[in-house]
Design a protein around this ligand. Sequence first.
Ligand code: BJW
Length: 245
Amino acid sequence: YQQSEMAFPVGLLETLRGARHVAVLTGAGISAESGVPTFRDVMTGLWAQYDPQELATPQAFMKNPKLVWEWYDWRRKLVSQVAPNAGHYALAEMERHVPLLTLITQNVDSLHQQAGSTRVLELHGNIHRVKCFKEDTVIEQWEKNGEVPPRCPNCGGMLRPDVVWFGESLPEQPFNEAALAALHCDVFLSIGTSGLVEPAASLPLVALRRNARVVLVNPEETPLLREDVDFLRGPAGAVLPALVH
Ligand code: BJW
């Protein structure tokens, strides 16, 4: 991807330039080059080291709230110390060139917003926010008195990160908007996601059924890869700038 049009599948750049509505779905892979670990990469992914059932379910939080809170605290600090990479910036720039761009992310790290994307549909929440485990309300301010996990100032219930754990529903409004974008886009880019977690994994399939051009950006093959999907093999930080410039 040496900024040369030759590297792309026939007609892809023309289709992108002529598109009225581009939908983009991102996953942990787009933040990998910023230094955020993915979940399922064999050596470096979080799930290679940690058990999702013990950390990313409501049952895990009920069983061991301190462990879960501290794990998220570690990850929150980690993402606070990193910066967006060329892939995030390329998508922010794409928003300025396409009449309508719907950016859908499974990431909780805010790096798209930091790169300048103005409208981001967060399907799995945001690690920087907390909510009450009992009442499900987002809490802006709470007392940091050393209690782990901290307590809800309204009801005294435990606070938890405002992310979507396994078995929980996705936030309705961003998910509905994402599903509409999949139905109506001309081009759908799936970037840096293994495509294993539902319902996000089904979004590009919806776009395919509606005859959108679907493009996979990933250094590895994923289950989404099939004959009618364009595969741009490589790291997002290299592929996306070449696609946008
Ligand atoms: C690069 C790169 C580079 C590397 N450049 N790329 C239907 C069938 C089967 C199961 C289910 C189903 N419907 C629902 C389920 C259950 C479950 C599910 O999908 N399970 C499957 C795993 C089997 N889904 C749910 O529970 C969801 N809720 C739901 O469906 O509610 C309705 C319902 C309720 C009750 C019962 C039934 C239905 C919720 C899912 C929540 C997922 N939560 C997590 C944690 C979020 C908080 C946190 O951050 O801790 O979300 S899990 C984790 O996976 C995280 C991610 O957002 C998500 C997706 O991962 P992602 O982003 O794809 O990362 P990886 O690591 O998997 O892949 C990285 C990719 O990047 C790889 O391909 C690399 O090659 C690539 N890469 N470097 C580009 N430089």
